[in-house]
Design a binder for this molecule. Sequence first.
Ligand code: XMP
Ligand code: MG
Length: 176
Amino acid sequence: MKVLFSEEQIRKRVEEVAQEIDSVFPHEPPIIVGVLNGAFIFTADLVRSMRSFVEIDFIRASSYGYFAETSGKVKITKDMEKSVLGRDVVVVEDILDSGITLNFIKGWLQKKQPRSLRFCVLLDKKALRKEPFVAEHVCFSIDDGFVVGYGLDYGERYRNLSNIQLLVGEENAKCS
Ligand code: XMP
Ligand code: MG
């Protein structure tokens, strides 16, 4: 395992992105839609760094199998509780990789007719896109390689690492 982003680097960057989103919505606060499970820590930190009184909801999407291989098919396995009709929505996702998951979520949310729809991702693996997708807010761009920590898992493991690490092999990591 190799540390890509430390706890401190993440904290600083998440604060900057939170301010970026705040500045887009100076009047009416948006609904923040976190994508479970990977984005649960990022969403929690992001909203705590925001100054707007946001509303928060979660969806759950599955596209990957239990480990690192994508199945290519996306399913929404948990819907939102709130209506987004006529509202400004910011989807918060852990990682943008092939683009398949966020493109699916985009189409799915557009049918619910929000006033606006933006995407905020912790990590962007730009080089690996299979479908074009541009997120309006990106914390860090990374190269290829499977990453874990700060909510991201490998077979449900490593989510509770405080930093973001590159998974090399299937080593054991100490959760700090
Ligand atoms: P796509 O390919 O649809 O992928 O853009 C987005 C989803 O895939 C998962 N994903 C990862 N999860 N480390 C992870 O823990 C990674 O390096 C990684 N790459 C993709 C992630 O759940 C995301 O929602
Ligand atoms: Mg995952």
